[in-house]
Design a protein around this ligand. Structure first.
Ligand code: RP5
Length: 174
């Protein structure tokens, strides 16, 4: 693994870490060097502006931004860079995460944020890795292995569901 981080993960608060560390774990599995930072579009906007404005020059290729509530962080990051930005709406204790989802997905034309599902840190990492893999054949191979393992696990799951230990719940039964 090269030590130069190519993915930058940011989150609006430490309270978003349980979701965003799933993205980090997935990137570790895929051997993608990355960084994790906490910064808020509302509480320290100057820090966000500085980080996002310098991200391309710092060597990042894709950015992942997660936030909850009125989740402006991904959009503000996207406003300050032309790197692809993946947005992760984080569930808070109100509105079922719809507040963050709508805030992130409904960007104005001209400033896109590729939005994954609520609390979907892992998918954000996979999307970022897929973007990087367009110009990284070794990463593309690791992603292909990941997909193959995932397909294999799905088959195992099917066998468990169809086992005699759970009669009537398996495939092929009526
Ligand atoms: C957002 O407000 C953060 O992204 C977090 O999801 C939410 C709550 O932040 P804390 O009050 O827990 O720091 O900006």
């Amino acid at each position: 693994m090269s030590n130069t981080p190519t993915v930058g993960i940011v989150m609006g608060s430490k309270t978003d870490l349980p979701v965003m560390e799933k993205a980090s774990e997935q990137l570790v599995d895929l051997e993608v060097p990355h960084t994790l930072d906490v910064m808020s579009a509302h509480r320290n906007p100057a820090k966000v502006t500085s980080w996002a404005s310098g991200a391309a020059e710092a060597g990042y290729r894709v950015l992942i931004a997660g936030a909850g509530r009125a989740a402006h962080l991904p959009g503000v990051v996207a406003a300050h860079t032309s790197l692809p930005v993946v947005g992760v709406p984080c569930l808070s204790d109100h509105l079922g995460g719809a507040d963050a989802l709508y805030s992130i997905v409904q960007m104005p034309p001209g400033v896109p944020v590729a939005t994954v599902g609520i609390d979907s840190g892992r998918n954000a990492a996979l999307l970022a890795a897929q973007i990087l893999a367009l110009s990284d054949p070794e990463l593309a191979e690791r992603l292909a292995s990941f997909r193959a393992e995932q397909a294999e696990k799905g088959t195992e799951h099917r066998e468990i569901l169809g086992s005699s230990e759970r009669p009537g719940f398996g495939f092929g039964t009526t």
